[in-house]
Design a protein around this ligand. Structure first.
Ligand SMILES: O=C(O)[C@H](O)COP(=O)(O)O
Length: 440
């Protein structure tokens, strides 16, 4: 659908619904909530499904991720999509999404989405920056103990019928040093848990941050690698973190140290890690994330790490607990509904942030204009000249990079005027998306 077709079909549906509006109604919402289509992939929690259904939207939930071609087909007519870490929303996929207005990443990471391209198309992206951090931190604590007691190997042996009672090279974690790379939501949770179990905590972050408890920041990654008995990664996937831990960094680690990665698969050079485990430089590793991960459960998985000594491999389950998924479901689904119904972009990761509170309830024809436009001089003047005939109750605008976001509440003497306003604003050359929301 071309931009012109997109605009005109929206005008028609909005006009029809506006005429059906009942007097004395109070909540902002899109023209016709029931025509909004949301696609959820990767087994997003039932709680999230419930929230978007309660908003009146249509929702389709698929338990797996989709590949690029499948996505291009499926994303065509949806207004919102919910994904987790596996689904790649690159510019080719997003270019096919004619109606898409909002993306919900039901996880922490947003590296799987081309955020800048999404913004340039007026699509806002939300995530859940901390709801699964406790689950990841608990997994790391469990794995530190498992590695220090070589539980993975003992478990495998027992299942294979071999009794192997040993204490050599098995240790308590009390008094040992854990080195946390990335002191964000997960790193700090882990810091507190590890310290409460008697571990010494050192950490390294590119930002100056407040150390929790008795933890200490170190001046460089190298210093952390040299000092820690357990090195654990909690960084996002960026160009700076790609292969952050390679052959040289592994060599710097203490002989007999362990490496844990529950961040992103690209952060560790898997080949170098496998080699260090096989030649005994490292005593163990726990890896939850991989450069290539299967799209769905039950698929074949292979890695050079398979069969390495004292190596725990898990299928990207750091955040996979009922508690985390429920919390993430509530947080991100509410952000999607908030954005669709009121235009609130607070905490969006790629968008200017506006959260315009609706004014006192009125029995007049009040509506909200939500507009994304190119961030160039003169656009606000054009919008305001279109709105100058009407009473603008409130307005707000903000910009981020190449896009600007504008939200205004206006009162109309004649409901039919909405068509003039909509056509005017969406017809501005710099317009990216214009939406109209009603108090119903
Ligand atoms: O980004 C995250 O929050 C974690 O990697 C978990 O991702 P998941 O929701 O795909 O398990």
């Amino acid at each position: 659908m071309s931009d012109t077709e997109r605009k005109s079909s929206a005008t028609v549906s909005r006009r029809n619904s506006f005429n059906k509006r009942e007097a004395g109604t109070k909540k902002l919402q899109p023209v016709s909530s029931e025509s909004i289509k949301i696609l959820f992939l990767e087994n997003i929690s039932e709680k999230a499904v419930e929230i978007v259904k309660n908003a009146g939207y249509q929702v389709e939930s698929v338990s797996r991720s989709l590949n690029e071609e499948e996505l291009i087909e499926k994303i065509k007519d949806v207004h919102g999509i919910g994904i987790r870490s596996k689904t790649r929303l690159n510019s080719r996929v997003l270019a096919a999404a004619d109606n898409l207005q909002v993306i919900g990443c039901f996880c922490i990471g947003t590296n799987q989405v081309d955020l800048e391209y999404a913004a340039s198309r007026g699509i806002s992206v939300f995530n859940s920056p901390f709801s699964n951090s406790r689950s990841v931190a608990e997994l790391i604590i469990a794995e530190i103990i498992m590695l220090s007691r070589k539980l993975g190997d003992r478990n495998n042996e027992m299942h294979a019928g071999e009794w192997n009672k040993v204490s050599k090279k098995c240790h308590e974690i009390r008094g040992k040093t854990v080195g946390i790379i990335g002191y964000g939501h997960i790193g700090t949770q882990l810091s507190v848990l590890a310290e409460s179990m008697g571990m010494k905590v050192i950490w390294y972050d590119v930002l100056p941050l407040m150390p929790l408890g008795r933890s200490k920041s170190v001046g460089s990654l190298e210093e952390l690698l040299v000092k820690a008995d357990y090195v654990t990664l909690h960084v996002p996937e960026t160009s700076e973190t790609k292969n952050l831990i390679g052959e040289d960094e592994i060599r710097m680690m203490k002989k007999g140290a362990c490496l844990l990665n529950a961040s992103r698969g690209t952060v560790v050079d898997i080949k170098a890690l496998a080699q260090a485990l096989r030649n005994g430089h490292l005593a163990g590793a726990a890896v939850d994330v991989f450069p290539q991960e299967p799209f769905e459960n039950g698929k074949f998985f292979e890695s050079e790490l398979a069969g390495c000594p004292n190596t725990i491999l898990t299928p990207h389950i750091g955040g996979s607990t009922e508690e985390a998924q429920r919390m993430i479901g509530i947080e991100v689904a509410s952000a999607i509904v908030g954005y669709m119904n009121t235009g609130a972009s607070l905490n969006a990761v790629n968008f200017p942030e506006i959260d315009l509170k609706p004014g006192a309830v009125s029995d007049k024809h009040r509506l909200r204009i939500v507009n994304v436009h190119q961030n160039v001089p003169g656009v606000l003047q054009k919008i305001n000249s279109i709105l100058s005939k009407y009473n603008v109750d409130k307005q707000a605008s903000d910009s981020r990079g190449e896009i600007a976001y504008y939200v205004a509440d206006i009162t109309l003497p004649d409901p039919e005027d909405i068509n003039v306003i909509y056509a005017g604003i969406s017809g501005i050359t710099e317009n990216i998306i214009t939406r109209v929301l009603f108090e119903k």
